[in-house]
Design a protein around this ligand. Sequence first.
Ligand code: FAD
Length: 317
Amino acid sequence: MKVVDHLKKTDKTQFSLEVLPPKKGDNIQHLFDHIDPLMEFKPPFIDVTYHREEYVFKKMPNGLLQRKTTRKRPGTVGICAAIKNKYDVDTVPHIICGGFTREETENALIDLNFLGIDNVLLLRGDAIKSEARFIPEPEGNNYAIDLVNQVMDMNNGRYLDDTLENASSTDFCIGVAGYPEKHAEAPNMKIDLKYLKQKVDAGAEYIVTQMFFDNKKYFDFVDQCRAAGINVPIIPGLKPITTLSQIQILPNTFHIDLPEDLADALEDCKDNKQVLEVGVEWAIQQSKELMSNGVPTLHFYSMGKAEPVYRIAKELF
Ligand code: FAD
């Protein structure tokens, strides 16, 4: 079933989550152990992230470093199918431009279609660490909008090989990313919203936000989207802070601010046990306010840590 149909089914705020594929070599049972307790809150869908290749350096016997490319968390398509099978829940694979040709993307979409997966979250992806800015693959997609166009083409029975006759149409429900605090590379919010609107006008049916810790940023973003003519559901993305180091890591990685009250409370913590309490309590209060404003679902970035998300959801659902 499509994410947008799940959202239409009820006026109540639902619980959903995003998980990471296990690291290469890890057993999928670890991921199931992570998801098992959270199924108590009946998520209508579970997102699975996609991770592009990274460069690793291996020391050779002669002392020189050899550069190798590796994908540390492969398996998004297979994991989506495995979760869907095990829990009878809809899964949303993330599909990224970075590192893929359009043909490879098409083949992944064909696999997803055969597996009965109805949803995709379409993203550009970030630059790999050794590159200063995002560089698409030759023959690859450049922006998320290009992916939206590619999936919409397949939804209309148009594949890259235009000699195919009677090609069957896919019927993917498309989600895209939005940034309440602006995407880091956008010169300003107005231009970022212009490109977000392009994705929606091209066929995206819902938006999932980057994590934020100040609800006002989300409410303002929704208002700005509506004023710009973006009228699809906007799902808030949430993450509980669980370690002291995240005070720096989260703003640096995701280009977001921590509100003063939260940052002060975290700075007063003596250890990560106390941080976890502050982080969980903050997320509960954030969630309650979002729910009372009628958000369609609270979408939790579990990032390999189920327990804090379980505690928050137990308070709310
Ligand atoms: P785009 O929509 O392509 O936008 C990227 C930038 O280009 C923006 O600044 C935008 O304003 C600008 N822009 C857009 N279109 C144009 C245009 N036509 N011309 C000029 N400028 C343009 N990354 C992963 O690698 N894997 C994941 O699984 C993943 N999941 C995510 C889930 C969510 C909910 C979010 C919010 C992010 C996720 N990301 C993931 C991170 C994401 O890939 C990065 O934030 C990336 O830098 C931007 O992706 P996008 O889809 O928003 O890009």
